[in-house]
Design a protein around this ligand. Sequence first.
Ligand code: SF4
Length: 433
Amino acid sequence: MQYRTVSFYDEFKCIGGACEDSCCDNWEIDLDDGSLKLYMSQKGEFGKRLKKCTRVKDKQFILNGVRCPFHNDDDLCDIFIEMGEEALCQTCTNFPRHIEEFDDLKEVSLTMSCPEASRIMLSKKDKMTFICKEGNDRDYGLKEIKAVSRFAFWKRGHENKLDKPLFDKLYEARELIYDMLQDRTKPVPLRAVRILSFAKELQDCVDEVGERQYGSSKAYSEIDDIIERYRGKASYDGKDKCIDRDDDKSIDDNGDKCIDNNKEDDYATDSEYHNTRVDNFVSQILNMYDGLENIKPEWKDILSLGKQHLKSESCRRDVTEFLENYKDKEYEFEHILVYYIFNYFLGASYDHDILTKVKFAVISYLVILQLDVARWISQNKNFLYDDQVTVAHAYSKEVEHSYNNYESLQLVLSAHPILTVDNIINRLKGGLL
Ligand code: SF4
């Protein structure tokens, strides 16, 4: 089996009792069959406790309020203490690793819903890179993963069959997306515009191919042309033309300069009307997040601060000022986008929904940015690396740590009428560039 991981993967080590947000609380722990059998066969006092605290039918522990019943007062795990590390179930062993499987390849990342994993990722100034090596689950700190395990997001299986020809094309497309996202000559919002327009074209192509021809490499040949076209420097601005901000000229699909831009396109106007429109758009997105099941209590406060800030008259100016002040740490947003693309983009080779994966990355960036700005304002324009860790981690825990929240959000992203590519581009260009 091949394993692909982010290059800093081996730097992660659980900090256990020193962690400010134990992963043992606020969620249902799904038990794999092997662990359930082991726990139910335990003898003695601890065996009795295991039986009492397990809902066998649901293959879950019965939470003590919001707390795992084996998470003790010293913030340590009683199963680990009584039975040893090997006895931890698959869910607990694997966390905070997110796993996607594609035939003989496993892609394993460290999810931001662990604050320590967020800290490591956000501390890196260099571009995020990935390593692929032959190995086994143990080499990557994983308990054996069976394809049927799909109760929690990081070991979710896929209902659909892998479309290998599409996977091959999307793999190449993802490499290009990394290049676009890590093009540090452009501001991050423009990089996000580029990947959105690229994803839209890929999606149109796959939709055109249609279900009957899924799995045929010939049918996907047009994807090669799209990739080649985007390999040039042009980017779509949502109006059938492309813009390269380096020299403020518009470029057509062939990469030829066509119109002087001077940042005066419709999306970059600064009118009051336009500002209200883009801020309403972000408000509506935050309202969608408000509708999700609350996993981490602090998330509610972070979200409501973000919503509150959008009501202030200066909210648009604040975003601009924050971005200006935070320029040196723009790489943090770049990492967040690359993280979401690495974790989810290739999943489209199962469900053929490329656009939703990219929307998820971009909307996550927009939401985290808005929450950052609100926090920055509430702290008298102070915002440190620890604040970014807090916000990014809380966001990830809310949307990725709960299977229901993750699925609901994917549904909203794919179907909500306001979340069109043009509307999102409008926000990115009108509000942030
Ligand atoms: S959230 Fe991360 S660092 Fe904290 S206890 Fe869990 S795995 Fe360890």
